[in-house]
Design a protein around this ligand. Sequence first.
Ligand code: C5P
Length: 297
Amino acid sequence: MSVTVRVPAKVNVQLAVGAARPDGFHDLANVFLAVGLYDEVTVTAADELRITCTGPDAGQVPLDRTNLAARAALALAERYGREADVHLHIAKDIPVAGGMAGGSADGAGALLACDALWGTGASREELLDICAELGSDVPFSLVGGAALGTGRGEQLTELEVGGTFHWVFAMASRGLSTPAVFREFDRLGEGRDIPEPVASRELIDALAKGDADALAATVSNDLQPAALSLFPELADTLAAGRAAGAPATLVSGSGPTTAFLARDAEGAEAVADALRASGTCRAVRTASGPVPGATVI
Ligand code: C5P
């Protein structure tokens, strides 16, 4: 018997970052939007824990117990006093090390799939607790839709969204490490007063109205200067999207995937074509959101 769970990628429409905390994490006001690019995690009973992965970036995915999908299976098994004796297969479509929560998606997907396969009957709160232990973005991968993440991003308040937003994502030629981007944020901010991160009221209203122009006027990412500092060529991709008329251009999370908001599906296709022709990125995809979080299919 096996269970397959489909889990979306995310884009951060606002990422406000505070100063480094004593534990090394940063307090955030992190507005997540789940978008329709998916990984699928299939869990099958096996003699022992093993992982396989297919997809364009599969070669970059660790197939050992550091993989968040394996860690999720082990965490749930430990809580319910059983062996994590499963084969986890990840059909990967979310870019690896891209700032779109691909690893977090696999963690949330494996957790939900193992829960269903084993019939643990874990409550939603228990699953969310395990997600928060696995990583700051993992709870959102389970919940999906749109949400404000506070604390280190793991404390979620679901947000209302009044329409569909159309996006273009440009995948970069290499990945960026999230801890390295946060360290660069700290380095760039040295000697400066870093304000407390606060969610933008205008941005939350724009989401609630489903108003792409209002959202475009309010998107922001405090990690963008750090990502650009470590990966200066991303400025060329952002400029190509801006020249193609995208109402908003930004780095997704810690990058290096760049995100372009369009007014509608046709606008997104036009920006995608221009980005493909620009030669400033490895691949281009369109996707819209919000979409639901991890779902058994
Ligand atoms: O929570 P997660 O394991 O995904 O975080 C990866 C790394 O990103 C952390 O080790 C930390 O360096 C950085 N991070 C941070 N502040 C956050 C979230 C992540 O500094 N709120």
